[in-house]
Design a protein around this ligand. Structure first.
Ligand SMILES: [Zn+2]
Length: 381
């Protein structure tokens, strides 16, 4: 051991001294040396050992952590319920309030039952909702996504009629509507990018016509933001913003969502269009491209394990950045807290505040109502 570097910092003293003896030795021999060392360094300027049992210190970081009022005053991260978006699943049919097995506390609603949830959200201060549709019938080309009487088109019409104060964002993708569960139309076993973009644009226009305030393409096809901007503008929807799922990773965190929306691919995976989680520079490239194509807001998805990417994207773009805390993040916190391993409230607060600290301006989360409450109570934000 003495031949290694470890020996320099750790050496057996040959005896078997107990704690008290070692502490006494340290006080007599080591402490005076430590004091001298400290005085020679810059630290000595703000902190000096005064020879008694106290240090003379000008700068004490703990001073600003002394009480709840003070801690709240000096928070670096501020949050507001107006930046929260709640994802909601609307299923074809009536009288449906179905709990999603892998997401306890989250439900699929039909158009006639979604009102109770929307009211609850509005009352809590969450006025923006992201709609996901679950159609009765799926086909090869996902025609339920752009059908005039599609599930989302019906939900939008009713939601905007009953709750004009609601801000309705629609997810734009094909995976919930295709029989094979992929995010576009197929060419052999791969998704045909350019044909899919055409249908996505058609879907986005159809949502805008049905009353969507904002559209949010999540498919990860190349060029879709540009195509959607073109078709919206050509039809008079120049003021409808596009929130692009620009930096969306092929992630295991989506598993409970696929259960919720019935959108698991019947073969293969989504790695040819969603991003490889080893990459972050590529995320910046995707974000910049989408801004160039006309995206008004850039999203990073998932959130929890991708905050480095979020911070990097935030530095690179000059549009608002959203983070989507996905189903698997919700499910993990839910399951661990139900097992008694963690405290749910604390985990919700911490994960949300950390996403904002990393730079998100908008936060999509199944915990939107809870977070709005915690902000109101001053626990976070
Ligand atoms: Zn999809």
């Amino acid at each position: 051991m003495e031949r290694t570097r470890i020996a320099v910092s750790a050496r057996w003293n040959g005896e078997n001294k107990n704690c008290r003896e070692r502490a006494a030795e340290w006080r007599e021999q080591e402490l005076p040396r430590a004091r001298g060392g400290m005085e020679r360094t810059g630290i000595a300027v703000s902190a000096r050992w005064n020879g008694e049992n106290k240090m003379d210190m000008r700068i004490r970081p703990r001073r600003l952590r002394g009480g709840e009022n003070l801690r709240r005053m000096v928070r670096e991260t501020r949050m507001d319920a107006s930046s929260l978006i709640y994802p909601i699943f609307i299923k074809e049919g009536s009288g449906i309030v179905e709990e999603i097995p892998a997401m306890p506390g989250q439900y699929r609603y039909s158009v006639d039952t979604m009102g109770r949830k929307l009211e609850e959200l509005l009352k809590a201060g969450v006025s923006t909702v992201m709609f996901f549709g679950i159609p009765a019938v799926k086909d090869e080309v996902g025609s339920g996504a752009y059908a005039k009487d599609g599930i989302i088109q019906k939900a939008l019409a009713q939601a905007k009629r009953d709750y004009p104060e609601l801000y309705a964002v629609t997810d734009v993708c094909m995976c919930e509507y295709t029989s094979h569960g992929h995010c576009g139309v197929l060419c052999g076993h791969d998704v045909d990018n350019d044909r899919t973009v055409e249908l996505l644009a058609k879907t986005a226009l159809s949502y805008a016509q049905a009353g969507a305030d904002m559209v949010a393409p999540s498919d990860m096809m190349d060029g879709r933001v540009s195509a959607i901007r073109d078709i919206l503008d050509a039809n008079g929807y120049t003021q409808t913003p596009i929130m692009s799922y620009a930096v969306k990773y092929a992630s295991g965190f989506y598993a409970p969502f696929r259960d919720a929306a019935g959108s698991a691919p019947s073969f293969g995976d989504r790695k040819s269009y969603q991003m490889d989680y080893h990459n972050s520079r590529e995320g910046v490239k995707e974000a910049l491209l989408d801004v160039q194509e006309g995206a008004d807001i850039i999203m990073v998805k998932p959130a929890m394990a991708y905050l480095d990417v979020l911070a990097r994207v935030k530095e690179a773009v000059h549009v608002p950045v959203a983070a989507y805390s996905v189903s698997g993040e919700y499910a993990m916190i839910k399951a661990a807290s139900r097992a008694g391993y963690v405290e749910e409230d604390k985990m919700i607060c911490e994960t949300a505040a950390c996403a904002y600290r990393a730079g998100c301006d908008i936060y999509l989360t199944y915990y939107a109502e809870e977070i709005a409450r915690f902000i109101k109570e001053g626990r976070i934000g």
